[in-house]
Design a protein around this ligand. Structure first.
Ligand SMILES: O=C(O)CCC(=O)C(=O)O
Ligand SMILES: [Fe+2]
Length: 373
C-alpha cells in the first residue's frame, strides 16, 4: 500500500502515440513524485528517498510529523504565555491569538520570536487600537529599530513623516496604486538588509490586497544535490534599478537557526558572479521557476483592519498582491535591525564554520542615498 502511494507517477514518460511530449501531465514537471511527501518529510529532516523503499521508516516519519504538528500547537510555553496558535500552512505562517501589542509580556515576546524563527512569519488580528509609539515600542522588544528601509531612508518620492522617521507608510488608493507586487526579501540592495518587519494594516481594501509569504529554507532544501553543490559558496550581485551595489551569498546561512536559505530574488538580483551573462540569466530563470511556482512553500494572508504580519527577511520572501485597485489600502511598517553587528551582514557558513560575508560594491554614501522609483 505504502509502496503504491510513493511510486513514481511517471512524469516525463512517453505514453504512446499522441501523448504529450512536454512531460506535463498535471503535476509538477520537474518533480519526480510530487511534493506531497517530500515537503513535509524535509520539514523534520527525514530522508524522503529512503521512504520509497523502506516501509517501516516511512511509517516512523509519518508518526514523527503527526507528533511534531501536535506538539507545535499544544506547547507549554505558549499556554504559560496565554497564547494559542493556528498554522496557515504546515511550513510557513502561523496565527497567534492572545496578544495585545500595546502590552506584551516578556513571555509573549519570547514565544513570538520562537514562532517567527520556526515558521518565518507570524500574524495577529485586531491590533488596530495600537498607537504608532506602541508599534515602535513593540518592535524594540525584539531588535533595534531602523529607518523606513532599515539602515536607509525610504524612496526619495515618499519622504518619511517628520514625527515618525522610523515608520514606513505604504498607502495606496485610486490615485496612487503602488504596492510591491513582486517577490523579494526586503532591501537586498543593501549590505545590511533588515532582519525583519512588523507590518500593520490601518485600512484594508474590501477585497484583494493579500500578501503572500514563501519559505526560503524550503526553496533551498528543494534543490537537487548537484545544484546545491554548484551554488553553495557562490555569490550574486544585487542592486536597485539595475545598478550593481552589493554581492550576497546565494546560499545564506541563518544566524539564529543555522539553516540554509536561497537568497536571490527577481526584484533586486542582477546576476550570478563568475558566469557568462546568458548562463547566469538562464540559471536565475530556472531557479525562480522552482522557487515561486511551488505553492507548497507559500502561504497567503488576507488582511483586515488591524491585522499584523511580522516576518523574518532571512528565512522568507513576500509579495503584495496588486489586485485591489481602486480601493484604499494603508499599511504602516516598523523595520527591525539585527543588534548583533556580525549577524547583520548576510553570510554563508562553510563546513568548517567559517563565515563568508556579503561585500558592498559601491560607497556607503551611494547606498545610503534614496533613489527615485
Ligand atoms: O504591503 C504589503 O503587503 C507588503 C509590502 C512590503 O513589501 C513590505 O512592507 O516590505
Ligand atoms: Fe517588502
Amino acid at each position: 500500500m505504502m509502496e503504491e502511494l510513493f511510486k513514481p507517477r511517471g512524469f516525463n514518460q512517453g505514453r504512446g502515440p499522441g501523448s504529450r511530449t512536454d512531460g506535463w501531465v498535471g503535476g509538477r514537471a520537474d518533480t519526480w513524485q510530487g511534493h506531497y511527501r517530500d515537503n513535509p518529510a524535509s520539514r523534520i529532516g527525514a530522508d524522503a528517498h529512503r521512504m520509497v523503499t523502506d516501509e517501516a521508516y516511512a511509517a516512523e516519519v509519518a508518526e514523527a510529523i503527526r507528533q511534531s504538528d501536535a506538539a507545535f500547537v499544544d506547547h507549554d510555553g505558549l499556554k504559560n504565555a496565554g497564547l494559542s496558535v493556528r498554522p496557515l500552512s504546515p511550513g510557513i505562517g502561523v496565527f497567534v491569538a492572545g496578544i495585545d501589542m500595546a502590552t506584551p509580556t516578556d513571555a509573549q515576546v519570547e514565544q513570538v520570536w520562537r514562532l517567527m524563527m520556526e515558521r518565518k512569519v507570524v500574524f495577529f488580528r485586531d491590533q488596530g487600537h495600537i498607537t504608532r509609539d506602541e508599534h515602535l515600542a513593540f518592535g524594540k522588544r525584539f531588535a533595534d529599530i531602523g529607518l523606513a528601509f532599515g539602515r536607509q531612508q525610504a524612496l526619495a518620492e515618499s519622504p518619511p513623516s517628520e514625527d515618525y522617521p522610523e515608520l514606513l507608510r505604504l498607502y495606496s488608493d485610486e490615485a496612487r496604486p503602488f504596492v510591491p507586487s513582486n517577490w523579494h526579501s526586503d532591501v537586498t540592495w543593501s549590505d545590511r538588509p533588515p532582519l525583519g518587519s512588523i507590518l500593520l494594516s490601518r485600512k484594508s481594501p474590501p477585497v484583494g490586497g493579500d500578501t503572500l509569504f514563501i519559505d526560503a529554507f524550503a526553496q533551498w532544501d528543494s534543490l537537487s544535490p548537484v545544484l546545491k553543490q554548484f551554488l553553495e559558496g557562490r555569490t550574486a550581485i544585487h542592486g536597485r534599478g539595475g545598478k550593481d551595489e552589493v554581492e550576497h551569498p546565494i546560499c545564506r546561512t541563518h544566524p539564529v537557526t543555522g539553516r540554509k536559505a536561497l537568497y536571490i530574488n527577481p526584484t533586486f538580483t542582477n546576476s550570478i558572479c563568475g558566469m557568462e551573462p546568458a548562463d547566469s540569466a538562464r540559471l536565475l530563470a530556472q531557479l525562480y521557476a522552482k522557487m515561486y511556482a511551488t505553492p507548497e512553500f507559500a502561504c497567503r494572508f488576507q488582511w483586515q483592519d488591524g491585522s499584523v504580519a511580522m516576518w523574518d527577511n532571512r528565512s522568507c520572501q513576500h509579495y503584495a498582491v496588486g489586485d485591489f485597485w481602486p480601493y484604499v489600502r494603508q499599511m504602516e511598517r516598523v523595520t527591525l535591525l539585527d543588534p548583533v553587528a556580525e549577524d547583520e551582514v548576510p553570510f554563508w557558513e562553510d563546513e568548517s564554520g567559517q563565515r563568508h560575508y556579503s561585500v558592498l560594491l559601491t560607497s556607503e554614501q551611494a547606498i545610503n542615498t534614496p533613489v527615485s522609483r
